[in-house]
Write a protein that binds this ligand. Structure first.
Ligand code: HEC
Ligand SMILES: [Cu+2]
Length: 362
């Protein structure tokens, strides 16, 4: 599967020269074009579509409908104003037969004054009503029975997802059920931050919501289509903000239940990787990571119980495979400069064993 962000530095980062800076500038200017070209070229364009007008979930669709309505009203005003302007310019242009006297000057036409006060007032009033209605609808205070609760916690620079009903904790990749007519099962997210302000945004599923320390915000999804939807943190939160990607997998109800059951199991304890397991448990990894069913109960980093059920590592910095895992554990800062996981100095045979152990955490 093509990866969201494909190039990652295996070599030390090069310094930017003067010419590079110019190139970067040009790319930045052209990036909207490049992005759309790349999206078209990409086989999985639909997977990585983050278009705000291709919503597949009730709140996103509502926002889209209301925005289009507001744009339509504004476009109509634009056409009328510009049309009037153009008509006036043409109709009252200077002609050869004009004498150079000023036309009659009119002061204080009550009907005109009324018209251009009342009409805009009515329009603003309609827009305010439409907006208020959209806001109320987007709150969805009455939650349909069977809604799914998830707590999303923003960390520098990764996401933690807890499913309190199921006792599951996972990272960076959220799994939720699809909604079908007559079988609604929206997901309600409680948004919390462990450190700074982040923002949670999956454009095709819902609007953007800030995550603020010491405050709880809410967001809900009601996806009507299965698939993978991507997003990312959208509030600058430090050096690795750009590598704080989000993936949401929307499953059919049975697939979702299966995923839940798999996640609820304790970590596998494969005797073939017992050496690696010892390395893991004897290194300070356990201070920061949880592997359910072992003594590792750290909370600072992602839960690794079912690490290999995820496709990405480091909030989208790499694909989860043996090579990336090895590079990550050897020196996480190399893949994700500034990362909050230190290089633990595990090398050589111990590193191989440790990586085999991590790979067994299905
Ligand atoms: C000081 C705390 C700390 C220690 C010690 C630590 N880690 Fe981490 N680890 C983290 C943090 C924080 C992240 C998330 C980094 C990010 O994505 O920005 C992480 C991420 C990871 C990931 C990627 C998980 C994912 O789903 O993205 C793996 C694998 C991992 N650590 C393995 C280890 C191993 C193995 C050790 C011991 C050799 C270890 N860690 C020691 C804090 C720690
Ligand atoms: Cu961020």
């Amino acid at each position: 599967m093509p990866f969201y962000r494909s190039h990652r530095c295996p070599e030390p980062r090069a310094r930017l020269g003067g010419l590079d800076a110019v190139r970067v500038g040009l790319v930045a200017l052209a990036s909207p074009l490049l992005f759309s070209a790349r999206a078209l070229a990409d086989d999985a364009a639909s997977t990585f579509d983050t278009g705000i007008f291709s919503g597949v979930s009730t709140p996103a669709i509502q926002i889209q409908t209301y925005s289009l309505g507001v744009v339509a009203i504004c476009a109509a005003i634009f056409v009328v104003v510009v049309g009037f302007g153009a008509w006036t310019v043409i109709r009252f242009r200077r002609r050869d037969e004009d004498d150079d006297r000023e036309p009659p000057q009119i002061y204080g036409s009550n009907s005109l004054e009324l018209a251009w006060t009342v009409i805009p007032l009515v329009i603003v009033f309609i827009l305010a009503l439409v907006t208020a209605r959209a806001i109320v609808e987007l709150q969805l205070d009455k939650r349909p029975a069977g809604w799914l609760a998830v707590t999303a916690v923003g960390h520098q620079w990764w996401w933690e997802f807890q499913y309190p009903e199921y006792g599951i904790t996972t990272a960076n990749e959220l799994h939720i059920p699809v909604n079908r007519p007559g079988a609604r099962r929206p997901t309600f997210l409680t948004l919390e931050s462990e450190d700074v302000i982040h923002s949670f945004w999956i454009p095709r599923l819902a609007g953007k919501t800030d995550i603020i320390p010491n405050r709880t915000n809410h967001l809900w999804f009601e996806p009507l289509q299965t698939g993978l939807y991507v997003g990312q943190c959208s509030e600058y939160c430090g050096t690795q903000h750009a590598n704080m990607l989000l993936r949401v997998y929307v499953h059919s109800p049975t697939d979702f239940e299966r995923w839940v059951r798999e996640q609820q199991r304790d970590a596998v304890s494969d005797p073939r990787v017992a050496d690696g397991r010892s390395v893991f448990l004897e290194t300070a990894c356990i201070n920061c990571h949880t592997v359910r069913g072992t003594v590792a109960t750290g909370q600072f980093g992602p839960d690794l119980t079912h690490l290999m059920s995820r496709q990405t590592l480091g909030a989208g910095v790499g694909t989860l495979d043996a090579k990336t895992l090895r590079a990550w554990v050897l020196n996480p800062d190399h893949l994700k400069p500034g990362v909050r996981m230190p290089a633990m100095g595990v090398e050589g045979e111990s590193l191989d064993q440790l990586v085999s152990y991590l790979l067994s955490l299905k």
